[in-house]
Write a protein that binds this ligand. Structure first.
Ligand SMILES: [Zn+2]
Length: 165
């Protein structure tokens, strides 16, 4: 089984464990920004750098919107999830949102440093005004700290919240 390595794995795993891993091309810039010497070392390794086909990208946004994790995933996170889904690979990550989405899709996970939890968490959008709730759509705006959209009913901000019951 292929192993898709997220950026934490590239940063923290011993070099010999990384060989043969699959990574998204978009991770190269992220890695360079985080740790340039490490990125130069990584570039000398035998890794399988892939561009993400648009069909796989669509699979990933669909998968992450089903659990509601999508608004908090970065572009690189979505690429990594897309490669794992497209290749039916083992996904190596400690990001619990990536783990959550991929587990929901039936994928197998390997942790970088921590243990992998078994539970799948489901998230929804909740209005800060009228408290209306909505499922997370595949085209949701993605940002770590901004609202995930506007309420269809009253126009207030929608925030990502744990799904009830
Ligand atoms: Zn509302």
């Amino acid at each position: 089984m292929d192993r898709v390595l997220d950026t934490a794995a590239l940063l923290h795993w011993p070099i010999e464990r990384l060989a043969g891993g699959v990574c998204a091309v978009s991770q190269q810039a992220e890695l360079r920004a985080l740790n340039e010497p490490r990125s130069m070392l990584i570039e000398t390794l035998d890794l399988d750098w892939r561009d993400v086909p648009s069909e796989w990208h669509a699979l990933a946004t669909q998968c992450a919107s089903e659990t509601g994790d999508l608004p908090r995933l970065s572009d690189v996170d979505v690429d990594v999830l897309a490669l794992a889904l497209g290749l039916n690979a083992c996904l190596v990550t400690d990001d619990y949102r990536l783990q959550n989405s991929y587990k929901h899709a039936g994928g197998s996970i390997e942790a970088v440093a921590n243990r992998v939890s078994k539970a799948v968490w489901l998230w929804e959008l909740r209005c800060t005004g009228c408290r209306d709730v909505a499922e997370v759509p595949p085209n949701v705006p993605r940002s770590k700290d901004r609202p995930a959209g506007e309420c269809q009913r009253c126009g207030s901000s929608m925030l990502v919240k744990r799904r009830r019951g």
